[in-house]
Design a protein around this ligand. Structure first.
Ligand code: FES
Ligand code: FES
Length: 157
């Protein structure tokens, strides 16, 4: 039987103590233990960005970090920012600008865009594209995504 440890996590402002195996990634824990399925398992090797969450405010690929490394850190997932009945302005903008197709990349795209605008509230299109470069959309609908971010920033042409 695998050895388990108790880990205290703070996810979206709520404390949770979870017994887990040290090998479990943060992605596994938010999805499978906490039911927060907005972070998606794409490549699971750090390439696609679909699993992005915030750890102490930093964009983090949750497939590349063990949950035990996140003890006493503030973990924020896309669920923190909105729900189907109360969309965040960035979510609304993605919908308005057709910034999603299958939706697989969308939660991480939206989370990344929100975090980016907090750092750079008045970006150029080039800066938006650069900020989102680590998030792959296999439907390749980047134009609508960029338009949505520029719209929220209030710098759309
Ligand atoms: S699933 Fe983590 S980067 Fe692709
Ligand atoms: S909308 Fe399908 S992967 Fe981006």
């Amino acid at each position: 039987m695998s050895q388990t440890v108790n880990v205290k996590l703070n996810v979206n402002g709520a404390a949770a103590e979870i017994e887990l195996e040290p090998r479990e990634t943060l992605l596994d824990v938010v999805r499978e233990r906490l039911g927060l399925t907005g972070a998606h398992a794409g490549c699971e090797q750090g390439s696609c960005g679909a699993c992005t969450v915030l750890v102490d405010g930093e964009l983090t690929r949750s497939c590349l970090i063990f949950a035990v490394q996140c003890e006493d850190k503030a973990i924020t997932t896309i669920e923190h920012f909105g729900s189907p009945g109360a969309l965040h302005p960035m979510m609304e903008a993605f919908r308005r600008h057709h910034g999603l197709q299958c939706g697989f990349c969308t939660p991480a795209m939206v989370l990344t865009a929100i975090a980016f605008l907090e750092e750079s509230p008045h970006p150029t299109e080039s800066e938006v594209r650069s900020a989102l470069a680590g998030n792959l959309c296999r439907c390749t609908g980047y134009a609508g995504i960029v338009d949505a971010v520029l719209d929220v920033a209030g710098v759309a042409e």
